[in-house]
Design a protein around this ligand. Structure first.
Ligand SMILES: NC(=O)c1ccc[n+]([C@@H]2O[C@H](COP(=O)([O-])OP(=O)(O)OC[C@H]3O[C@@H](n4cnc5c(N)ncnc54)[C@H](O)[C@@H]3O)[C@@H](O)[C@H]2O)c1
Length: 270
């Protein structure tokens, strides 16, 4: 339907997430994509629920202090220890978040673990651990959030997969990591299709070579070789990934669901 032109000026809100309650998982490290996302979301007016398996009082204070310093005011933050491998943990965290803020509006899942190595060297335990955190964990936290989103018939999910899922293995992760992230793409698409009629959106981002502790395993020679193959000739910054999360979480992406967004410096153009 084509709307009639109005003489009223449109309202452009420069705070893209004003008063939105945003659950961000995997933000314990100040260098992480999750932290950068939390900071950017807070700068855009969001109330934060920060979940991480490593969360404790010290980390919660460090994260809150850093965000307040960077954005110039202290946003409302609920920080909770949560292992997304446990559905009970996820349900408890979402229940505490809704008890504190009344509802949740979006979920950004940045939790993940990586391990490199050739396929023949991957042990049964390593395979299970990667799948448990990256795929089952994503399923669990999405399921917990979706119980609230389905009830209110609104909500946005952003999951993090990886370039590894798209190009058959990672620059950093092994086949088990790539497979787990392939599962995250399929899971996100399934959520998008099933829940779109309820007004719930789900999108997935495939990052590559973002400067966080995940790249600490690469030595300088390896890093330089990788950078030489990236068309933008550098690694990405966590804030550049956070920017994609902000778009997908906000109403600007109101008609975007089931999408896979590449944030990779052009290393995989397809
Ligand atoms: N950095 C990159 O270049 C890159 C590339 C591709 C994909 N990714 C993906 O982006 C996401 C964020 O990566 P990052 O670089 O910020 O990594 P990071 O290691 O800095 O952050 C990941 C966070 O997840 C948390 N976590 C791990 N297991 C958890 C669990 N069971 N429950 C709750 N929290 C858990 C960790 O404690 C950590 O704080 C990950 O899913 C990763 O696979 C990153």
């Amino acid at each position: 339907m084509h709307n009639k032109m109005s003489n009223q000026p449109k309202k452009y809100n420069h705070l893209l997430l004003e008063n939105k309650v945003c659950v961000i998982v995997g933000a314990a490290s100040l260098r992480s994509i999750g932290y950068a996302t939390a900071e950017l979301f807070a700068a855009h007016g969001a109330k934060l629920v920060i979940l991480d398996v490593q969360m404790n009082e010290q980390i919660a204070n460090d994260v809150a202090t850093s965000i307040a310093t960077q954005i110039g005011h202290a946003p409302e933050i609920l920080s909770l220890q949560c292992d997304i491998c446990s559905l009970a943990d996820c349900d408890k965290a979402i229940a505490l978040a809704t008890a504190r803020f009344g509802t949740i509006d979006c979920l950004v899942n940045c939790a993940g673990i990586v391990k490199s190595g050739g396929l023949l060297s991957i042990t049964d335990d390593e395979y299970s651990k990667i799948m448990d955190v990256n795929l089952k964990g994503t399923f669990n936290i999405c399921k917990s959030a979706l119980t609230i989103f389905a009830e209110k018939q609104a909500g946005a999910i952003v999951n993090l997969a990886s370039l590894a899922a798209q190009r058959g293995g990672g620059l950093v992760g092994g086949a088990h990591y790539a497979a787990s992230k392939g599962g995250v793409i399929s899971l996100t698409r399934s959520i998008a299709r099933e829940f779109a009629p309820l007004g719930i959106r789900a999108n997935v981002i495939c990052p590559a070579m973002i400067e966080t502790s995940m790249l600490d395993g690469l030595n300088e020679v390896q890093l330089n070789e990788v950078i030489s193959n990236i068309p933008l000739k550098r690694v990405g910054k966590a804030i550049e990934l956070a920017g994609a999360c902000l778009f997908l979480a906000s109403d600007l992406a109101g008609f975007t669901t089931g999408a896979t967004i590449d944030v990779n410096g052009g290393i995989h153009i397809h």
